[in-house]
Write a protein that binds this ligand. Structure first.
Ligand SMILES: *[C@@H]1O[C@H](CO)[C@@H](O)[C@H](O)[C@H]1NC(C)=O
Ligand SMILES: *[C@@H]1O[C@H](CO)[C@@H](O)[C@H](O)[C@H]1NC(C)=O
Ligand SMILES: *[C@@H]1O[C@H](CO)[C@@H](O)[C@H](O)[C@H]1NC(C)=O
Ligand SMILES: *[C@@H]1O[C@H](CO)[C@@H](O)[C@H](O)[C@H]1NC(C)=O
Length: 377
């Protein structure tokens, strides 16, 4: 249907312009008679649903959404020995980079059985913690000790030095006897630093109730039970910094369509299996396959909350985007993540990345062939 195509493309173009997130809803699992009825009603045209004006007005009237996360008892093992990292990206970088540094510090501290410490006399650290992190993730900030430790009492080591995304195993410091160790290094962008404590990370980074409500109202209620594919689009600074590659429209569109097709087929099979009767659920070709919903860019924590509440599948189209990475890592519990092959996008970060250190092994890499078709590795 031409109109669907047109609306979809405008959604994508708009999304790419303002760095927002495209949500795709699949019309599946609905039986063919409902389809025919809906087609007759002509109500199935995909819409760009951006409720900017009314969005925040609704908030006060909404019921609060309880997250299903269980409250886990915090084991407060306080170690006498301490560990710090340089927090190189802390003052200027975006939330994705900040999260990698603090969460990696926590993971390393647990690996080394030391207390994670942040230098309380460094004004950049303290202001970042209090302005950028504490208001949205108060539990996260409780995991550190803010301390003043004399410079001369600290043993310095280089690790994860000079490259963002190569795991430098901290276990090599496990037998060090010094009371205080500082790991001088940059970015610490590898899930291997902290993957062993993922359930706790999800707890610390759970959205507040207000954030969850704000995220919840971005998706119209009628779509909440659908399969939601979240395509993260990142342009902005990535277009101009000479290192990163922004999302490109061709890949974004093709990869999104690829996933829609994949999950449509998957679900088709699934339906056949659950209901022993053999029904032919092939969708009529005239029906739209999905509805695109755009979420406006409000704040990063609302995007993270959205992903956690709704995203069954995530797609990272700018392969070095750390924010796209966190949106995926924190998405729904049983979600699946796809990402663009970084060698294909010519992203400059590849020189600093070992792919197996940056992307968890269960995430699926997508490549484009010479005809523009997408497939998974
Ligand atoms: C803590 O930060 C202050 C201010 O940047 C710096 O002068 C001091 O050397 C730091 N302490 C340590 C132990 O790194
Ligand atoms: C730490 O010490 C233990 C016990 O002596 C030893 O088995 C282990 O290999 C050491 N690890 C490192 C990284 O030095
Ligand atoms: C399978 O689907 C048919 C048609 O919708 C329905 O009549 C039947 O009850 C279903 N069987 C089961 C086990 O759900
Ligand atoms: C299902 O329907 C489609 C379209 O009518 C048809 O091409 C296909 O062969 C059918 N599949 C089965 C298994 O009946």
């Amino acid at each position: 249907m031409r109109v669907n195509h047109y609306v979809m493309v405008s959604c994508l173009v708009f999304g790419i312009l303002v760095n927002i997130y495209v949500i795709i809803r699949l019309n599946i699992g609905v039986n063919i008679f409902e389809y025919l009825q809906k087609i007759q009603n002509l109500n199935l045209v995909p819409k760009c649903e951006i409720d900017m004006d009314n969005l925040l007005n609704f908030i006060d009237n909404r019921h609060f959404l309880e997250l299903e996360e269980k409250e886990m008892r915090k084991e407060t093992a306080v170690h006498e020995k301490t560990i710090q990292t340089m927090l190189f990206a802390f003052p200027g970088a975006g939330l994705g980079n900040k999260l990698f540094e603090v969460i990696s510090l926590l993971g390393i501290a647990e690996t080394l059985q030391r207390s994670p410490v942040i230098n309380a006399t460094n004004p950049d650290y303290v202001s970042t913690l209090s302005k950028n992190i504490q208001p949205i993730f108060p539990k996260l900030v409780e995991q550190f000790q803010l301390k003043i430790i004399p410079f001369t009492a600290i043993a310095h080591e280089h690790t994860n030095w000079g490259a963002c995304c190569k795991f430098d195993n901290p276990a090599k410091f496990i037998n060090r006897s010094e009371q205080h160790i500082m790991l001088d290094g940059h970015y610490f962008q590898s899930y291997k630093y902290f993957h062993h404590m993922r359930p706790k990370i999800r707890e610390w980074l759970a959205p507040s109730k207000l954030t969850a409500v704000r995220a919840e109202i971005l998706l119209p209620a009628k779509h909440r039970d659908d399969l939601i594919i979240c395509t993260h689009v990142r342009r902005g600074d990535f277009q101009y910094d000479g290192v990163h590659q922004p999302s490109d429209a061709t890949f974004t569109r093709a990869a999104t369509d690829f996933l829609v097709e994949f999950y449509r087929t998957e679900n088709y099979k699934f339906l056949q299996e659950t209901n022993g009767t053999r029904y032919n659920y092939t969708l009529p070709t005239v029906s739209p396959l999905y509805t695109a919903v755009l979420t406006p860019t409000l704040t990063p924590e609302i995007d993270l909350g959205f992903s956690r509440l709704f995203c069954d599948v995530t797609l990272i189209t700018a392969p070095s985007s750390t924010f796209g990475w966190w949106l995926s890592y924190l998405s729904k519990r049983k979600s699946t993540t796809y990402y663009r092959d970084i060698t294909e996008s010519k992203d400059g970060v590849i020189g600093e990345m070992r792919e197996e250190d940056f992307y968890p092994p269960e995430w699926v890499k997508l490549k484009t062939d010479q005809f523009g078709r997408i497939s998974s590795f």
